[in-house]
Design a protein around this ligand. Structure first.
Ligand code: P6P
Length: 337
């Protein structure tokens, strides 16, 4: 990246289309809609304390979770903008039980899965939150999209990314040719390239897990957490514990600095808490494109065949060496070695 040069997200996507012809024009239309939604949500998040959009909406979503007003606002913004201007057949959203069929999407090319505002329990306390998206191509243009067409493995994603509404607002995405990060310049309301070709460190010394659930975790995970706390100066142990309670914020820090985030099975969430389609798969695509790994403890996240829109999975994601060690310790528990 030339010093003092400005590359906007739109310019970058257009350059990518020249370099990678398959990044078709209509994919950029989805990106334009997502980008605009991100700017609108960013505006609302930044002034949430000043207007009456903090707090609970007064209903629960399909997950049985208390919907925050901003959850509902963000979900509506995404759906309206995707409906209006993009080549999208349908949207699976964390906030909706069923599929949202885009009104003019019958002949469209893409399928979208979104978590419109993840970590929303942090809104009222001003901690970083974010939006997550995952894009698939419809398997066939010759017949209507079916539920099976929507339930594709993560390895078939054509694009994935997140927007983090943190101390800065950033747009981080991949189309399978590496990971690039763009920071919103408020003065011109443009996402500008700030983190080209992000590569996550092979190893790290940051552990992100909710240890309140420690007694529920599989023994291999408990053993790993104990191992992280042992003193070994060479291996930078004990590791630092960093857990914000917002997947995107924890993932983003670990992506840049190295580290591992885990949400193992617990008594309350025996299949893990995070959702495969619109949280784990997009983050797994990004992690792998940046040189990291994403696993459910036994297999690659992106090789899991989804069976339901809102299914959950345990998640271990971040620096490859850290994910591999956890898998080994969980495996040794399984194999009794
Ligand atoms: P817990 C937010 O609700 C979320 O889905 C992730 O963003 C976050 O990492 C996790 O749940 C926090 O869950 O059970 O530790 O509060």
């Amino acid at each position: 990246m030339k010093k003092n040069s400005i590359t906007t997200l739109n310019q970058f996507i257009s350059d990518q289309q020249n370099k990678f012809p398959y990044v078709q024009g209509s994919l950029s239309r989805i990106f334009s809609a997502i980008q605009l939604a991100a700017k609108m949500i960013n505006r609302d998040v930044r002034k949430a304390g000043l207007i009456d959009i903090l707090g609970n909406f007064g209903e629960t979503n399909v997950q049985g979770e208390e919907q925050k007003k901003l959850d509902v606002i963000s979900n509506d913004v995404f759906k309206k903008l995707i409906d209006m201007g993009s080549d999208c057949v349908c949207i699976v959203s964390e906030e909706d039980e069923g599929v949202h069929w885009c009104p003019d999407g019958r002949e469209a090319k893409y399928i979208l899965a979104i978590d419109p505002l993840d970590g929303s329990s942090n809104i009222d306390v001003n901690a970083s939150i974010g939006s997550i998206f995952s894009v698939y191509k419809r398997p066939s243009m010759d017949k209507p999209v079916t539920e099976a067409d929507i339930l594709q493995m993560g390895r078939h994603q054509v694009a994935a990314g997140y927007v983090i509404y943190g101390s800065a607002t950033m747009f981080v995405y991949t189309t399978g040719n590496g990971v690039n990060g763009f920071t919103l310049d408020d003065s011109i309301q443009e996402f500008c390239l700030s983190h080209p070709d992000i590569k996550t460190p092979e190893n790290g010394s940051i552990l992100s897990v909710n240890e309140g659930n420690l007694n529920d975790f599989p023994k291999g995970v408990q053993d790993y957490i104990a191992w992280c706390k042992e003193t070994n100066k060479e291996e930078k142990r004990p590791y630092s514990a960093r857990y914000i309670g917002s997947l995107i914020a924890d993932f983003h820090r670990n992506l840049l600095k190295g580290g591992v985030y885990l949400y193992p099975p617990t008594a309350k969430a025996p299949n893990g808490k995070l959702r495969l389609l619109y949280e784990c798969n997009p983050m797994a695509f990004l992690a792998e494109q940046a040189g990291g790994k994403a696993s459910n403890g036994k297999m690659r996240i992106m090789d899991i065949q989804p069976t339901e829109f809102h299914q959950r999975t345990p998640l271990i994601i971040g620096s490859a060496a850290m994910v591999e060690r956890i898998e080994k310790m969980m495996g040794s528990e399984a194999s009794g070695t």
